[in-house]
Design a protein around this ligand. Structure first.
Ligand SMILES: Cc1cc2nc3c(=O)[nH]c(=O)nc-3n(C[C@H](O)[C@H](O)[C@H](O)COP(=O)(O)OP(=O)(O)OC[C@H]3O[C@@H](n4cnc5c(N)ncnc54)[C@H](O)[C@@H]3O)c2cc1C
Length: 502
């Protein structure tokens, strides 16, 4: 092991990628060092996953209270004065420091991982300086994460122009907000702010959520329309106007300039990797500013690896942590590569629900397999203007999916078309599933395992043989069992293609 400051690997950045990679290496009997300037666990608990999860839960509660208020036995609940800034104040005071303590305790005390606290500087591929101290390592792993992309337009420096990093610091609720960017972060932010009586408009340059299944996208468009969250697609944002503080967003729509008055802007047009600290090493940088790596997470410089967001999209915890683990294995001499055959599940915060997917969309599946069988509930457009607590005689599609955990039947009985969507896609020739899509509550855990089942070539016959726990958050077992008896898989007889979920 040599002197005290010599390590088997220096993990430069202690976020999701660095913390998990270092832990794996330590568990394997080698000596890692994490260099971290802010907090172990990285941005996840500061302003990303954990923070969004918390805010989304709060927004869900607000939405559900609004939904139930005055119905059946529920009292009238006055939600006129609820506040997003109060929600984030609790996170600032409790969540951020508590997560920080937990991550530090787990890493330093429980796992006995050494941490050099402070802003690190890479001197060469074996040497790092932190706070005047020199550390050497046989390997260097760059895991410095990513940051929000700021568009090159006037006005991004005005007060109340935010990115996800500023969300935990919101002190006064805006009244009217523009979200620039309709990807999963922007759509999630819109769905989180709106329950707090904030008028939200999303401006998207192309189309929202392009990688998601059309049924899920339609559900979201319909849900946003009902909640009066406006979406404009094909809009080019040109300028943010204001006098010290934001007053409007100027955008080009159909060749004409339009102004969207607002008192806050959330920029969510993507992430760019923090690859700059590694550039002096001569590592190859790709077109997204990412450090280019191979499937073993190696850069072009021997002994230098890059993992997590700094290695470019997709920007997921699973990718960051798993690549940390792959790197640790490679450092330990176990030749390990990223396995493309295991599909990545994804999800969107959509309070009071969430959207989740894994595998192919229906359009991708049709392109690959020709005919496909679609198992979907609801199976057609819902009744327009469906009011809570009403049964519509003989209308076959009351919007039955009940995609919920705690609120499964409540969402059906009380919700105005709020009860989600189940969708599984099967290749009828092989009888294998090729994609799963869901809008609901509580199903995302299942998608971790559905990913593995897709990789294994899971068939409708195997699914129908499972033991479901009924009611459940996703109804794939029972819905599949209804047609699994078909010798030639044809699906359900009368299933219409829903144009729009209103
Ligand atoms: C708003 C938002 C929500 C998200 N929600 C989810 C989600 O719900 N689920 C999911 O799977 N993914 C989510 N993601 C993606 C996920 O957060 C990232 O993929 C993940 O955090 C990447 O981890 P990382 O280790 O690469 O980076 P980070 O977690 O950012 O860690 C990088 C670390 O490096 C440190 N560092 C950088 N430079 C230096 C230096 N010079 N010296 C010392 N330390 C340094 C930083 O302080 C930081 O701690 C979300 C992303 C965003 C933007």
């Amino acid at each position: 092991m040599g002197t005290n400051n010599e390590y088997d690997a220096i993990w430069f950045g202690g976020g999701a990628a660095g913390r998990f990679g270092a832990a794996f290496l330590k568990a394997g009997g080698l000596r890692p060092l994490i260099v971290e300037k802010h907090g172990l666990g990285g941005e996840c608990h500061v302003c990303r996953c954990a923070f969004e999860n918390y805010v989304s839960d709060q927004a869900s509660m607000a939405e559900l209270m609004r939904m139930y208020s005055g119905l059946a036995w529920f009292p009238e609940i006055d939600l006129d004065n609820i506040s997003m800034s109060k929600v984030v104040e609790v996170y600032r005071n409790v969540g951020q420091p508590a997560f920080h303590d937990a991550m530090t305790h787990q890493s330093e005390q429980q796992l006995k991982i050494e941490v050099a606290w402070g802003e690190g500087k890479i001197l060469d591929k074996n040497t790092v300086e932190v706070d005047g101290r020199i550390y050497t390592g046989k390997n260097l792993v760059i895991c410095t994460g990513s940051r929000p992309i700021i568009p090159d337009i006037a006005g991004t420096d005005l007060e109340n122009v935010w990115t996800y990093r500023d969300h935990p610091d919101v002190r006064i609720d805006p009244k009217k907000m523009v979200v620039v960017g309709g990807g999963k972060i922007g759509i999630g932010k819109a769905a989180m702010f709106a329950p707090f009586n904030i008028n939200v408009t999303v401006l998207e340059k192309y189309k929202c959520l392009p990688n998601w299944d059309q049924d899920v996208r339609n559900y979201i468009y319909g849900d946003f329309k009902r909640r009066k969250i406006k979406i404009h697609e094909g809009v080019d944002v040109r300028e943010i106007k204001g006098n010290g503080r934001v007053e409007a967003v100027v955008a080009e729509i159909d060749g004409k300039l339009a102004e969207f008055a607002c008192d806050a802007v959330m920029l969510s047009i993507g992430l760019t990797p923090n690859s700059e600290p590694a550039i002096p090493l001569g590592v190859k940088i790709g077109k997204n500013n990412e450090i280019v790596i191979d499937k073993s997470c190696r850069t072009n410089v021997p002994g230098v690896y890059a993992v997590g967001d700094v290695a470019g999209p997709p920007y997921f915890m699973a990718v960051a942590r798993k690549r940390g683990m792959i790197t640790a294995k490679n450092i330990m001499g176990q030749n390990t590569r990223w396995d493309d055959s295991l599909p990545l599940p994804d999800h969107i915060y959509l309070p009071p629900l969430e959207a989740t997917m894994v595998g192919l969309t229906e359009a991708q599946a049709r392109e690959k397999y020709g005919e496909v069988v679609v198992i979907r509930v609801p199976w057609g457009p819902r009744a327009k203007d469906h009011k809570p607590l009403t049964y519509i005689p003989n209308l076959e599609n009351q919007g039955l999916p009940v995609c919920g955990r705690v609120h499964s039947l409540n969402l059906f009985f009380y919700g105005e078309n709020r009860n989600g969507l189940h969708k599984a896609i099967v290749d009828p020739k092989s009888r294998r599933y090729v994609g799963f899509h869901h809008v609901g509550d509580g199903a995302k855990t299942a998608f971790q395992y559905l990913s593995y089942l897709l990789q294994q070539g899971w068939t409708i016959d195997q699914m129908s043989n499972l033991h479901e726990i009924f009611l459940n958050a996703e109804h794939f077992v029972q819905l599949s069992r209804l047609i699994a008896g078909q010798k030639e898989l044809k699906g359900y007889a009368a299933q219409v293609d829903p144009e729009e979920y209103q």
